[in-house]
Design a protein around this ligand. Structure first.
Ligand SMILES: [Mn+2]
Length: 275
């Protein structure tokens, strides 16, 4: 088993309105990167209100100062702060959503990082059927996948559990979506919390995702830090090894019991499992 190419990351939220969300560090970008560096993380995943909150010069300087990379930027603030979604009934909302995600893709690329489509995918409702929503999603992902490709980055798409969306809940359905897309620049995010709810067998699902798995949200069954729930990580580690996963395992978890403790216990679990 060669797991040494899997890298660690920890989430930083810069969006106070997302309080209660599964983000570990909340004390600003510099404090977060400092904490990540002190604990030995390779990178941080940032949930930003928009591109202006992660200015190129400012962030490049922090990368240099603390020696941690930017793995990924989330796009969910488009939903949390503005209510935009890639599958909204109103065309204007869908357009705003796409344009917002593009600004994040572009900014992420400046740091050699990818953007994540999670809650921005939305769900059916307001007169939009599930089939229609899936069409809207595919159309948006074609445009965004192409845009990310122009910026030399993959675009990361995250299946969510059934309580968050009715579009794509499993790795299998995620692979099917990717396979019917013209643009081949999308990869899947395997979030172990969502998978623990949706998959019959987490290890088998990871193997089924195979080369399509581009990013992992490293978290436990209860969305607490890895090691603080009842997820069996043995089969997860084995499957990630089998598929030769070499991306980031990013701690997207509740800051339980505190942000600092959550960041510390996650990196302990990461080292125990992957090093
Ligand atoms: Mn996630």
């Amino acid at each position: 088993m060669n797991l040494s190419s899997i890298k660690s990351a920890v989430t930083i939220s810069l969006v106070p309105e997302a309080k209660g969300g599964p983000f570990v560090l909340w004390d600003g970008l510099e404090e977060g990167m400092k904490t990540a560096a002190t604990l030995g993380y390779d990178a941080v995943e940032i949930f930003a209100p928009g591109p202006d909150a992660v200015g190129v010069e400012e962030v490049m300087e922090l990368i240099e100062r603390y020696g941690v990379e930017i793995s990924t930027l989330g796009t969910g603030a488009g939903w949390v702060l503005h209510g935009w979604s890639l599958t909204a009934a109103e065309e204007a909302s869908r357009r705003h959503a796409i344009d917002f995600v593009k600004t994040i893709i572009e900014r992420a690329a400046a740091f050699g990082a990818s953007a994540i489509i999670g809650s921005m995918q939305g769900r059916s409702g307001n007169g939009v059927s599930r089939d229609q929503a899936l069409d809207f999603l595919a159309i948006a992902l074609e445009e965004l996948g192409e845009f990310a490709q122009q910026h030399k980055q993959a675009l990361i798409y995250e299946p969510l559990n059934r309580y968050e969306t009715d579009l794509i809940n499993s790795v299998r359905d995620g692979v099917a979506l990717l396979n019917r897309m013209e643009n081949k620049n999308l990869v899947l995010l395997a979030d172990l919390f969502h998978m623990n709810i949706e998959e019959a067998n987490v290890g088998d699902a990871l193997r089924e995702g195979g080369k399509h798995i581009g990013h992992v949200h490293f978290v436990d069954s209860n969305r607490n830090p890895a090691g603080c729930g009842h997820l069996d990580y043995g089969p997860v580690v084995e499957a990630l090894s089998d598929i030769e996963f070499n991306g980031y395992a990013a701690a997207e978890a509740r800051p339980w019991p505190t942000p600092q403790a959550a960041a510390a216990s996650t990196i302990d679990s990461f080292k125990r499992l992957f090093r």
